[in-house]
Write a protein of this length. Sequence first.
Length: 262
Amino acid sequence: MSTDLVTCTVEDHVAVVTLNDPPMNVTTLELTRQLNAVLRRLADDPGTRVLVLTGAGDRAFCAGSDIKEFPSLIAGGDVVDRKLTFENETFGLVDEFPKPTIAALNGLAYGGGLELAVCCDLIIAEAGTEVALPEIKLGVIPASGGPVRVTRRVGEARAVEMMFFGDPVPVETALTWGLVNRVVPRGDALTTARELAARLTELPATALALAKQAVRNGRDGDREAIRSTLPLSKQAFASPDAAEGVRAFLGKEAPQFNSSER
C-alpha cells in the first residue's frame, strides 16, 4: 500500500512503514492521519507479523512536529484538541501494536520523532546521528508520550536533563543509556531492522505477543500518565513563551523568553 506521506510495503510477513516527507519527515496533521490509518490496518492484517518503522531519505527518521502548523493552532488555542490528542492516539497504536515493532533510525529523531521511536519494542540507530527532546527551546514540553516513555527507558535523571536542556544526544550515548538497542553503520538501520524482523517471523507469534503483554502489564499506568500530560501541554502552548519560541524558530532568531509573564 502506498500513500503520499506514509508508505507501506509488506514482504515475507514484515511490514515496513515509512514516514515519507523527506528530508526531515516532520509530523503534520495529515501525516499523522495517514499513519493512524496504516497502523490500524496492519494491526488486523494476518499477513503482518512484524512492523518496522523508518523515515525516507538519510537525514532524519523524524524531526518532530512541523512548526509551521503551530502559529494558527496556537492562535486558535487548539494545539491539544486538533493536534496532540490525535497524535497521542496514533503513537499509542504503535506502543500497543499486537506484534513486535522495530524503529529504524536512519537519521536524527527529535521531539515527536523520538516520542514515536520509543513506542517501538526495539530501536536500531545509525552511527553519528542524534536524538533529542528539544521542545523547551520553543517554550513548550514534550506532549506525545515522551515524559513517560523516554523516562521509562533512561530513568528520571537523564530524561529530565533531556527535557530541561533540549540538547541533542549522540546515539552512541543513547545506547549506553538504554534508549536505543543497537547502533549500526550509516545506511544500515533498515537492513538491520529487516534482519531482526526476519528472525522474529520465525519465532512463535503467540509467545511473542504474550511476551509483549507481560512487559506491558508492568506499566499499565502509562496510558493515564501520558494522558495527564495533555493539560500541562495546553498550559505551555497558551503561554507567551510558546508564542515567542515559535516566532523565533520560524524567524531563525534566538528566542527572548520572559519568565515574569509565566
